[in-house]
Design a protein around this ligand. Structure first.
Ligand SMILES: [Zn+2]
Length: 389
């Protein structure tokens, strides 16, 4: 059984936190993803038996893919992102501080703690030798914006053929088996521009959008009344951005509304499209002057894996043995890279350590729990990969 050196784990996490790796799409000009990728790759290359490569995820942004083990058993893919959100308002985001069993700093919880665990796990497995299967650890860029990192991994999934994957986002040592997806859409109402005095000629696109908004609000109330998904609750809908009109003394020619619909497992973007289109068709049927178009935008699929899936069972069994209690099955509200891996045909679950303040002004990782997480992850790796079914 692998023993993790707690001091080394803490030091590794501190080193990762001290390298700023803000997502460049959230903070233009940020270049830390490359710096942290090179740090991770350089450190892993020091241990014989770990294969390390940098994969261009797009625009030169590097994923680190590190592989260990050449046994005849199965392949487990691990996934952790190396980018963080921004740091506006934080006093010293990149000066890690350890206090009361916590390590503070941007990214400590989301999710450099898990990244540090992946690094130590690869090193320990390589040192131990004779691993029964293979671990493919993916340290990916851009989870906090458009997930081009995990998308690049999924494009090449045939190279690694993982039998299962674990996304190591924080779950407080529970196992998350579902999360919501989302769909963005743009609705545009078209009126007729005219001088404000020419009421016979003008058609008010903003007033027409008002009808759309009333309908969308009714739909949003209906959505949250629908049967709740056991782990993620009901679907929902909200307006996000609106603009319209040209000037005060004119009938507005156009109004544009952007909306977001959160989806639950089992729902599709086609269904969302049909719900929106039905509203616009009905309003057009009621008033020949009403003209509106619908354009669907980014779609991120919801995610779900069966409660009795093997990877879920193995994590729970190993955790029960090592921690003395069986992890709960949970669901997450936000979208994660798990949906992409699952969409690429890899049975995927989410299992990770505990902390607070992802995206907030104060962020920390619980170091005791991080150590427990490492122990369970190692046991899970051996248990899953030793089976060659
Ligand atoms: Zn995250």
């Amino acid at each position: 059984m692998i023993e993790f050196d707690k001091q080394r784990l803490t030091e590794t996490l501190a080193e990762l936190v001290s390298i700023p790796s803000i997502n460049p799409d959230l903070n233009p000009g940020a270049e830390g993803e490359r710096q942290i990728a090179e740090f991770i790759a350089g450190r892993l290359r020091e241990t014989p038996g770990i294969d390390v490569e940098l994969q261009d995820a797009g625009n030169g942004r590097p994923n680190v893919i590190a592989t260990v083990g050449s046994g005849s058993g199965r392949t487990l893919m691990l996934n952790g992102h190396i980018d963080t959100v921004g740091v506006a308002g934080m006093a010293a985001p990149f000066d890690p501080v350890v206090e009361d069993g916590r390590l503070y700093g941007r990214g400590s919880s989301d999710m450099k703690g898990a990244d540090a665990v992946m690094m130590l796990l690869l090193e320990e497995i390589a040192r131990a030798g004779d691993f029964p299967g293979r671990i493919v650890a993916t340290f990916v860029v851009d989870e906090e914006y458009a997930s081009i990192g995990t998308q690049a991994v999924c494009r090449d999934i045939g190279r690694w053929k993982p039998d299962a994957a674990l996304v190591l986002e924080g779950t407080r040592l529970d196992v998350s088996i579902a999360h919501k997806g989302f769909v963005w859409a743009t609705i545009t109402t078209r009126g007729h521009a005219a001088h404000g005095s020419r009421y016979q000629k003008g058609i008010d696109a903003i007033a027409h959008m008002g009808r759309v908004i009333v309908e969308l609000e009714a739909l949003s109330k209906e959505l949250v009344q629908r049967p709740k998904h056991r782990y993620v609750g009901p679907p929902s809908l909200h307006a996000s951005l609106i603009r319209g009109g040209q000037e005060l003394s004119s009938y507005p020619e156009e109004c544009v509304l952007e909306i977001e619909r959160r989806t639950v497992p089992g729902e599709s973007d086609d269904q969302v499209h049909a719900e929106f289109q039905e509203i616009l068709d009905r309003l057009a049927g009621e008033d020949p002057q009403f003209t509106a178009t619908l354009e669907m935008g980014l779609v991120r699929e919801p995610f779900e894996i069966a409660e009795d899936a093997e990877i879920v069972q193995i994590v729970r069994d190993q955790a029960a043995e090592l921690l003395g209690h069986t992890p709960e099955l949970t669901g997450g509200m936000g979208w994660m890279d798990s949906a992409l891996l699952s969409g690429a045909g890899v049975p995927t679950a989410i299992f990770g350590p505990a902390g607070e303040g992802a995206h907030a002004l104060e962020e920390w990782s619980d170091l005791d729990i991080l150590h427990q997480f490492a122990t369970v992850l190692a046991a899970t790796s051996y248990a899953f990969c030793s089976d060659s079914r």
